[in-house]
Design a protein around this ligand. Structure first.
Ligand code: CMC
Length: 427
């Protein structure tokens, strides 16, 4: 028997169907609530509000489970590569060899950007944050690819998808190259997606591009771990903007802006800056733990806590192990890794963090690996965006295929009631 939820307002009862997901999550379908009762629900931060039904990513925050299209993140991080995971997220199943080859060939066909884009990049000051530049360039792509906006068929969507997957790494690499006064370049079709990205970012004029395979493997794994995370702030932004039919590139550009903030993707940069600050201050982790718990102090332990995970973030577990491996393989010694481990140990034993179920999240150790791989701190969140791109695309595509209505939340108005207008000389 299907479940029903009953709500009583001022003695009047209303019944709503309860939707059950494949992992037994329950959602009360309140579509008819306002029409029947005149009331709406109020849920700042959408802590209890489902915005859609989705078949892409499952996560259980209490048990620390994360799966893409049914596959455990641990298996994908260990056995798949980033492009396979991108295909899986976007199209629903792991690709055959032929499907994967065609997908990559189509992406490679699209891996240049209009030369005029260089003028736009040129207009930014060198000090500009790469996330702002990347968001602007992604939005500017619309002007050079207007056919990607009005997608009325799956083929149109596919064309827009391979275009953004081809062009985005070029733009990301250029944001770094501009900052470091390096000539703008293109990739090499003979390389895999992630190695090609790495080459575009780091090749130096006049020098043969060479890279340690363990660097590419670590980068690939990090991108997989970031590839999707259901209805988080940036993904909800992508779906919201896309719901107005603004097009994929404009939606992704908005997602990049949402990801930039330190409470979301920007946390990876904030974590390393925090760890450096603790190191420079003499390494007294207890002092910073006390600051994090002090309600009069705005300081928070960056890389800790999560809206959904009330247990270990499974991505953080994989990244912590990977940090040890990568630093070992590359022979890098980073004193902030010890500070991070010390901070984690203290937090996990501290009543404040235990009571609030605050565990290390994906961003706590990722910056340490990025740094070991030679990626500058200000590029950390760009790396997150590169990883999250397939997730944003998959969520946008699902939203369009499901013909979801335009996103438009309601509000409870708390301002003035009607006021009579006074001319300026009478105020
Ligand atoms: N340090 C100290 N206290 C914290 C922290 C923290 N990092 N995170 C949460 N709290 C406290 C918070 O003060 C509150 O305490 P109280 O109940 O006494 O008022 C309680 O824990 C619940 O926190 P909240 O802010 O209501 O929880 P939220 O779900 O709204 O916020 C969060 C989640 C991730 C924004 C928050 O934990 C945070 O700011 N963490 C630091 C930033 C960070 O690492 N962000 C990356 C998130 S994972 C990557 C991604 O997908 O974006």
């Amino acid at each position: 028997m299907s479940k029903v939820a009953t709500l009583e307002i001022d003695g009047k009862r209303y019944e709503f169907p309860v939707v059950e997901g494949t992992e037994n999550e329950l959602g009360i379908n309140i579509k008819s609530l306002r029409g029947e009762s005149g009331a709406i629900t109020l849920d700042p931060g959408f802590k209890n509000t489902g915005s859609c039904e989705s078949g892409i990513t499952f996560l259980d925050g209490e048990k620390g489970i994360l799966r893409y299209r049914g596959y455990a993140i641990e298996d994908l991080a260990e056995k798949a590569d980033f492009l396979e995971v991108a295909y899986l997220l976007i199209f629903g199943d792991l690709p055959s060899k032929e499907q994967l080859e065609k997908f990559y060939d189509d992406i490679k066909e699209q891996s240049t950007v209009d030369e005029e884009m260089k003028k736009i990049l040129d207009g930014f000051p060198k000090a500009a944050h790469p996330m702002g530049v990347l968001s602007s360039l992604t939005s500017a792509l619309v002007a050079f690819n207007p056919s990607c906006v009005d997608v009325s068929s799956e083929q149109d969507m596919y064309n827009a998808i391979v275009k953004i997957l081809g062009k985005f790494p070029v733009l990301a690499a250029w944001t770094l190259r501009k900052k470091h006064s390096l000539p703008l370049n293109y990739g090499d079709d003979s390389l895999g997606y992630v190695e090609n990205l790495h080459k575009m970012m780091f090749e130096k004029p006049g020098k043969k591009y060479e890279v340690n395979q363990s660097v590419i493997d670590a980068l690939d794994k990090l991108l997989i771990l970031h590839a999707d995370h259901e209805q988080n702030c940036s993904t909800s932004t992508v779906r919201m903007v896309g719901s107005s039919h603004a097009g994929l590139f404009a939606s992704i550009s908005a997602g990049i802006s949402a990801l930039w903030g330190p409470l979301h993707g920007g946390a990876n940069q904030a974590v390393i800056e925090m760890l450096e600050k603790i190191k420079e201050d003499g390494g007294d982790t207890k002092k910073f733990m006390a600051k994090a718990k002090d309600k009069d102090d705005p300081f928070r332990l960056m890389g800790f806590g999560h809206r959904v995970y009330k247990n270990f973030d499974p991505r953080a577990k994989i990244i912590k192990k990977s940090a040890d491996e990568v630093l070992g393989q590359l022979g890098v010694e980073d004193p902030v890794l010890d500070i991070a481990k010390g901070l984690e140990k203290e937090a996990l034993e501290d009543q404040y963090f235990v009571d609030r179920k605050l565990y290390p999240n994906v961003d706590f150790y990722s910056g340490i690996i990025y740094r070991a791989l030679g990626i500058p701190v200000e590029m950390f969140t760009v790396m997150f965006a590169l990883g999250r791109l397939p997730g944003w695309i998959a969520q946008w595509r699902e939203m369009r295929l499901n013909k979801e209505p335009i996103g438009r939340p309601r509000q409870i108005y708390t301002g003035h009631t009607h006021r009579e207008f006074q001319a300026v000389d009478k105020r």
